[in-house]
Design a binder for this molecule. Structure first.
Ligand code: SF4
Length: 363
């Protein structure tokens, strides 16, 4: 048997051409991804197991069996002879009690009181550092995640208990992850000095990630800041802010619970870019009657063109879906395709589709 072993920043990956098993393990010996019996499974940060046949809690029979199924493969890998660092991880996997994944679940609930319902698609591999819960706007009619949830600041920075729980979930900090994302709906609502301290604390606890720190923001629900202040936050690691545009048509924006005063969003985007912070915009499709789509597309295009976005900036187009629906209607996808073509032709920013209804926060 020939094993292919790759040491990763956050653990190890083991494959074998003669076996139907391959796996990726974390430094504590926990499995993060498994291919087994031609099926692929991933572990959520909350300890849950995701496969084509469903999502299982850490204690579910299927989840326990999967863990047990990889143990013979661990033993065979060890017998074949491996480097010391890999042996340590495999031995930990063999000894790991199933209760470990329950602890992950509990730590997740403590660290993320409202879960991690969504991230921008290019930030899926970030470590989420929680800062707030709820949304200071909370009025958007289409919002499946934060509507009506009262906004509050989490006193998460610097607390020993909090740090321990984050380290339970991410013992190697940002190693193997892309960046840090300040959760949840609007981290920019923090006062300037608190935001600066939060950036410092996140890096102190988790390390400096290669893609820096990002967050969602809302120009209508935050204090006024100068370009110099944004530059200070940039120097502390803030590299990307994602703003909820949804549409560049002020009247249509108003109908969905957002401000029609788009100059604030425009001013914020200019300031951020002046300070060297990339911007991202979310754009919705399928949320208004079909006859309004041409207007939505035209005004969104005009708004984004005027900002002169660059390669590092992003536009995320998201087909809207109603609460309780498993996925958006067909028209929302068609409009998303149409909008994407239009914006790709008119802006230098990277324009991507954003299936927020499919998001899951994987380990
Ligand atoms: S501002 Fe964003 S997070 Fe808040 S309610 Fe509206 S869509 Fe949801």
């Amino acid at each position: 048997m020939t094993f292919q072993i790759r040491v990763l920043p956050e653990g190890v990956k083991v494959e074998c051409s003669d076996s139907d098993v391959s796996m990726r393990l974390g430094v504590q010996g926990e499995w993060k991804a498994i291919r087994h019996d031609e099926r692929f499974y991933r572990r959520g940060v909350d300890g849950s197991v995701h496969g084509a046949n469903g999502i299982f809690s850490p204690g579910a029979k299927q989840a326990v069996e999967l863990h047990q199924d990889i143990l013979p493969f661990c033993r065979r890998t060890l017998e074949a002879g491996v480097a010391d660092a890999v042996e340590v991880i495999l031995q930990r996997c063999l000894r790991l009690p199933i209760g470990f994944y329950h602890q992950q679940e509990q730590a997740y609930q403590a660290v993320y009181p409202e879960g991690v319902p969504v991230l921008p698609p290019d930030r899926y591999r970030d470590v989420v550092f929680p800062v707030t819960t709820g949304c200071p706007n909370g009025q958007c009619t289409f919002c499946a995640f934060y509507r009506g949830k009262p906004f509050s600041l989490l006193r998460s920075d610097g607390q020993d208990d909090f740090s321990r729980q984050v380290k339970t979930l991410f013992p190697k900090g940002v190693a193997g992850r892309e960046g840090i994302f300040l959760g949840s709906a609007n981290a920019l609502a923090l006062p300037f000095s608190a935001l600066g301290r939060t950036l410092d604390n996140a890096i102190k606890l988790l390390g400096m990630p290669k893609r820096g720190i990002a967050c969602f923001g809302d120009a209508d629900y935050m204090g006024k800041r100068t370009v110099e202040q944004w530059e200070e936050l940039q120097s502390k690691g803030l590299r990307q802010v994602v703003l909820g545009l949804e549409t560049g048509a002020p009247d249509l924006r108003k109908t969905i619970g957002k401000s029609d005063q788009l100059w604030k969003t425009e001013r914020l985007a200019h300031q951020l870019k002046q300070a060297g912070i990339a911007v991202g915009f979310t754009v919705l499709t399928g949320f208004i009657a079909a006859e309004h789509f041409p207007e939505h597309r035209k005004q969104t295009d005009n708004f984004l063109q005027a900002l002169e976005l660059e390669e590092e900036d992003r536009v995320y187009i998201s087909p809207w879906f109603t609460d309780g629906a498993l996925q958006p209607e067909g028209r929302a996808f068609d409009e998303a395709k149409d909008m994407k073509q239009q914006l790709q032709a008119s802006t230098r920013a990277r324009v991507t589709a954003y299936s927020s209804h499919n998001f899951y926060y994987f380990s």
